[in-house]
Design a protein around this ligand. Sequence first.
Ligand SMILES: NC(=O)c1ccc[n+]([C@@H]2O[C@H](COP(=O)([O-])OP(=O)(O)OC[C@H]3O[C@@H](n4cnc5c(N)ncnc54)[C@H](OP(=O)(O)O)[C@@H]3O)[C@@H](O)[C@H]2O)c1
Length: 299
Amino acid sequence: MNIGFIGAGKVGTAFGKYLSNNHFSVKGYYSRSKKSAERAADFTGSNAYCNINDLTQHSDIIFITTNDDEISRVCKMLINGDLLTQGQILVHMSGASSSRILEGAKERGCFIYSLHPLQAFADIGKAVEDLHHTVFSIEGDCEKIHVLQEILESTGNKYFNISSDQKSIYHAAACVVSNYLVTLMDYGLSLFEAIGINNHDGFKALYPLIEGSLKNIASLGTKEALTGPIARGDVKTIEGHIEAIGDIFLKELDFYKLMGSMTLDLAKSGKLNDRNKAEKMEEILGDRIKIGEKISLPE
Ligand SMILES: NC(=O)c1ccc[n+]([C@@H]2O[C@H](COP(=O)([O-])OP(=O)(O)OC[C@H]3O[C@@H](n4cnc5c(N)ncnc54)[C@H](OP(=O)(O)O)[C@@H]3O)[C@@H](O)[C@H]2O)c1
């Protein structure tokens, strides 16, 4: 099966190289700029196409690896330009959308999919290495889904099969653990900053703690990995936190209480089995302001 890429950016280039390292026939790249297509073609030992029609004619599987906003536009362009052939497989690699954004191509007899790697592609060389242990999700038409599954099976990658309707939840989960983790770090560092510990020193100091928690989650699962005052039922400690944070920023206090409530739910389903302490904790954490009422955006 010949594979072509429209969009010679980080993901298209790294995934193309990974496929070609695994002996798949990567025909080449078409991109908005000739320079990007040539760079990806050089890196993967394939062709740079100046004419998109040449790429589609030579490909059984077409990956649209443009930025998200361009995927449907490119798909429409392929349809309107009559550039698709019956039986071709059209795939995008966005986590945010399902294969439905390629729907129009089905009327041309194509099969449509989204194939999403749970990985951050910042540096192409590193991404090619990281792809060895990347888990994917696959979603789309039943008829030829086995083609994509077989590709991942032969490269040794694990994958989840999900439905189009599940794609947003799947993507939200990925965003929560990656993007919100960054926000969580920023929150902790801002509390440190409020007592005079700068971000650099603060992060270095907190890193072993973060790493230890990640290792505990990996080996024990979330319920058993939970440690600290909420898991132990130390009500007075939590009251002390609330008082101290409330003295600094109200917004930060709300976040603390919201996360505390979620942590309490987790503790109650695992380590915390003292009902009185849990109820007392629920009382002090549940008393939250409505975020929208207190945070006003700049004019
Ligand atoms: N980056 C990540 O961590 C990551 C992770 C998982 C999934 N994804 C998904 O992978 C896809 C690609 O992301 P990326 O990070 O590789 O983006 P990127 O590095 O910005 O690359 C996008 C490429 O698409 C090309 N392009 C844009 N519009 C085009 C058009 N109309 N026709 C042809 N080519 C066009 C650009 O071309 P020129 O360079 O030629 O201007 C650019 O090379 C997205 O759907 C993204 O959601 C990304």
